[in-house]
Design a protein. Structure first.
Length: 38
């Protein structure tokens, strides 16, 4: 289940990055906060 969640997170992350280009720091922070919320 964790692998499936990670794959979904990566796909969503790539889609968001494609829609709204962010710096690596901003995207890293968003991923970090998303992981902490889980």
């Amino acid at each position: 289940m964790k692998q499936l969640f990670l794959i979904c997170a990566v796909l969503v992350g790539q889609f968001v990055l494609a829609a709204k280009p962010l710096t690596k720091e901003e995207s890293a922070k968003k991923i970090e906060t998303a992981i902490r919320k889980e």
